[in-house]
Design a protein. Sequence first.
Length: 359
Amino acid sequence: MKNIIILLSIALLCLPILSSGQGCSTPSSDEGVVLWGYLQPEFNAKFTDDTQASFQFRRMRIGVMGNIPYDFSYYVLLETSQFLNPNKTGPFLMDAFVSYNRFKNLRIALGSFKYQFGRELSMPCHGLYTINRSKMVDELTANLNGGNRDIGLMLLGGNDTTFFTYSASITNGTGMFQTDNNLLNTYSLNGRVTIQPLKGLYFGASARTTQSPPKAEGVEDDDTKLRYGFDAQYSFKNFTLLGEYIHGKDEGSYTEGGGCGGDAITKTGTNNADGFYVMAVYRTSSNFEPVYKIESYETIKSDGGDTPTNVEESSICQTFGLNYYPNDWTRLQLNYVYRAEKPKEINNDMLLLQLQVRF
């Protein structure tokens, strides 16, 4: 713990950076440093041809944040779990940004941050209703040029109490803490808007375009990637219903697989993909929270040969979950994930149990 605090202090001094831009947490006081974090130990069983079961940590994150008079705030976050990124040899920096917050409808953030796209990606990891994010969210956002974090400039305005919110960012397009020597030719633009016509009812739209040098050998043109999506959420008393649709198109080279803790594979050609999920959540008076989510993900891939071959794949996934909140800082989650693939179903259902503690 002492080493982590030292690393955080160095990061805070060297990389000062909009808590509201993350959706994770916000400073509670006007001055001083706020230390916060969360732990997610879990057990998971994968019902493959050879059933696998193990204990692990999903995430172990610790950060500092605070407000500086006048009108500035900072946010720094470290990931310490070896399971999330097995190639890392120790704790690594995820977020480090400073924001200028004088104007409610125009705040500015500079540094490394998670870009705002869609509803589920914009939710903090410790606030997800299911242990895993949807497959289409992982595939179409987490695997987009180095993951869902990037270095750049973000503008945003509004909050959950206003009719209209927006965010717009320009980033390197090369992923978390990766520099780009030619911003004019390789870049990422991202935008998201939401409206709240009625209390508890939200509609959102997001778009992202990325151009970057080709990752695969033998490809001369830059890789181009386009994402757009629409989402909605309705909350009434203890019931919440939400859904989302995302479409993506990759040309040149693209990544496949990966997500939380996995290694993405680089391929060449064209990849068109889209997916959706619908989720229902109900919080009972006894602090139990049943969850049901159904999601679909479809891809049409064309290889980069002289006679391209189209390959169509699709999957339907259902998650049956039950959350329990003993108190405001602790949550126990149990998920059973049933997967059905086409053209051929494979054995890959999962049982997940996670205990989360925030501080």
